[in-house]
Design a protein around this ligand. Structure first.
Ligand code: SAM
Length: 277
């Protein structure tokens, strides 16, 4: 019988976040595929575990995936971990998971920490719809272009950033989204110097400029989405006005008045013989 591939989340700082199920899985598998075997060795040692490790990183993933699928097909159980958090989330593993699924291997997630979700859960920014953008490009022209393309995205935006580039990323974000766009900067989550700052992009830039400590560590930047386009606001207002007015006058007259009040096209508020779209 074929083995199973377990995709195991590890802590993003606080070792207390390695779940009992993750510990049990890491203890029981035949082999652990790790992004950096020394790093994972230290994690295992902290829990008094020993295991057979193989490295799986961006540069050897294609070849290693074939080897690991061979072991899975031969009946071995494999765990996939990255250095921190959930594998595949801005981390290697996608090719292995795909190869395993294509070979008919059962793939099981063992969920746990993920910096993006941890930051979002504490940010107080709309979380019903969000876009995970991972790392922005290193080069400033490409970074600005990426940010500019997101300027009118209405969903909440989530970025990963390192200490080397956080100041530049914030100032490019202010350039693309406007200095007043609301954002949250989550630093060193679950660690000793965890800090969660919120305010306009300019206020975050000022905070970092006035306190070099705030530029250290690992960051998640969450930016509020763009306000809905004016057209949509007009439509919402127009439909509301139409609903109220039609109680007191014929629908065509209510639609004309509602369109005047809101600026929305009359035809989108009321269509003779049917509902507006
Ligand atoms: N797979 C990981 C996850 O599930 O979040 C992310 C790995 S990615 C290579 C590393 C980036 O995640 C860091 O540069 C930082 O942007 C973010 N990150 C990881 N740990 C963090 C923490 N404790 N606090 C804030 N951001 C963190």
């Amino acid at each position: 019988m074929a083995g199973r591939l377990h995709v195991v989340a590890t802590p993003i700082g606080n070792l207390g976040d390695l779940s009992p199920r993750a510990q049990e899985t890491l203890r029981s598998v035949d082999v652990i595929a790790a992004e950096d075997t020394r790093h994972t060795q230290q994690l295992l040692a902290a829990f008094g575990m020993r295991a057979t490790l193989v490295s799986l990183h961006d540069h050897n993933e294609a070849a290693q995936s074939a080897q690991l699928v061979g072991r899975l097909l031969a009946g071995e159980d494999v765990a996939l971990v990255s250095d921190a958090g959930t594998p595949l989330i801005s981390d290697p593993g996608f090719r292995l998971v795909r190869a395993a699924r294509e070979a008919g291997i059962q793939v099981t997630p063992v969920p746990g920490a993920c910096a993006a979700i941890a930051a979002l859960s504490a940010a107080g920014i709309a979380s019903d719809r969000f876009v995970f953008e991972g790392f922005l490009p290193n080069k400033s022209a490409a970074r600005r272009e990426r940010l500019q393309a997101l300027a009118s995205e209405p969903r909440t935006l989530i970025f990963y950033e390192s200490s080397h580039r956080i100041a530049d990323a914030l100032s490019d974000a202010a350039g693309a989204f406007g200095p007043e766009r609301h954002a949250v900067l989550a630093r060193e989550l679950t660690k000793r110097f965890e800090t969660i700052l919120d305010g306009s992009l300019t206020s975050l830039i000022d905070r970092l400029a006035s306190d070099a400590d705030q530029q250290r560590g690992e960051f998640v930047l969450i930016v509020e989405g763009a306000p809905e386009a004016d057209g949509d606001v007009a439509l919402v207002l127009g439909r509301r006005a139409f609903a109220l007015l039609r109680e007191h006058m014929p629908p065509s007259q209510a639609a004309r008045l509602a369109a005047e009040i809101s600026g929305a096209p009359r035809k989108r508020l009321y269509v003779v013989g049917g509902d507006a779209d």
